[in-house]
Design a protein around this ligand. Structure first.
Ligand SMILES: Nc1ncnc2c1ncn2[C@@H]1O[C@H](COP(=O)(O)OP(=O)(O)O)[C@@H](O)[C@H]1O
Ligand SMILES: [Mg+2]
Length: 289
């Protein structure tokens, strides 16, 4: 099969389109990053926070949106863009961006454990809070991060009011002491998780990741998916009935758009049609119900 005809695919996907069915279906499951304007804006915002010179009250950000909209992927991409590096002068490993998850049942002990885990610091589970705290702060001082990202911050809401306050105080204390920006990431409830502390609220600029609506941006996103799905024929996902169906079936969530398209692409590979049609999409959506 010639590759010259595969102009509906991006260059790196063209070679993959000639692989056999099972290899291509495996490829569908791999992680991929697709750019879209709101994600680029979020990344720019993170970048500008990272560029802030250290000062007493570092600006912070709350990145919020429904589950499966793409928040964690944005954070991972940002982290990849700022890999660890070795500081030759000081002879230490430097990490600009630390990403951790708020524990599902948050308290200070679990928080420090999660942070130390992220810092790659082994510690005894039975260590006291003050030991963990000292260890964490010592390490942070050495690594000198410029940003701490706490994902799944809505988990805070699972705690009592008192636990919420103490976890927030802990974050504030770390940020002030070590002069880095904090980015909290979570569902629409995330801003609520900060609400028990008025000082926190004023410091955190909200950035929302909205669900997709019918728009040129959505059509462009679908076009971008089409270019990376290893199908041999164009599907024309940007056409109105298909775009509309995908929007409704996915609820406008990037994760569901991605899954729907992966599964439809697998069907199109298996039945030999090599292009996603409305029928494939309906089949996948129906099977989900
Ligand atoms: N930029 C993107 N490019 C490709 N796929 C994406 C992108 N953003 C999200 N997805 C898809 O959506 C899924 C959910 O994204 P995730 O970042 O985990 O959502 P959230 O953290 O908001 O719950 C991902 O596993 C991926 O399949
Ligand atoms: Mg997430």
């Amino acid at each position: 099969m010639g590759t010259a005809i595969l102009t509906h695919l991006q260059a790196s996907t063209r070679a993959e389109a000639s692989l056999d069915a099972s290899a291509r279906i495996r490829l569908l499951r791999r992680d991929r990053w697709i750019d879209y304007p709101r994600a680029s804006q979020a990344l720019l915002k993170l970048e500008s926070l990272l560029e802030m010179p250290p000062k007493a009250r570092m600006p912070c950000m709350v990145l919020h949106g429904d589950s499966n909209i793409g928040k964690t992927l944005i954070v991972s991409k940002f982290q990849r863009e700022h890999p660890d590096r070795f500081d030759e002068v000081k002879g230490v490993e430097r990490r600009d961006v630390i990403v951790m998850q708020m524990p599902a049942t948050p308290d200070q002990h679990r928080f420090y454990s999660a942070l130390l885990f992220e810092l790659g610091a082994p510690h005894s589970a039975s260590a006291s809070l003050s030991v963990l705290e000292r260890l964490a702060r010592e390490l942070l001082r050495r690594i000198a991060p410029r940003m701490l990202v706490v994902d799944e911050v809505h988990h805070l809401l699972a705690g009592t009011y008192r636990e919420q306050r103490s976890s927030l105080n802990l974050l504030k204390f770390l940020a002030n002491d070590l002069k880095f920006s904090i980015v909290v990431v979570g569902t629409a409830d995330a801003p609520l998780a900060l609400a028990s502390d008025p000082q926190m609220i004023s410091r955190f600029t909200p950035f929302e990741m909205p669900r997709w609506r019918e728009s040129d941006d959505l059509r462009r996103l679908l076009g971008a998916f089409e270019r990376v799905l290893p199908l041999r024929k164009p599907s024309d996902l940007m056409q109105r009935p298909i775009a509309q169906f995908i929007l409704v079936a996915s609820g406008g969530l990037t994760g569901d758009i991605s899954r729907l398209l992966n599964e439809a692409a697998a069907l199109a590979i298996l039945d030999g049609s090599e292009q996603i049609t409305l029928a494939h999409l309906e089949h996948v959506a129906l099977a989900d119900q």
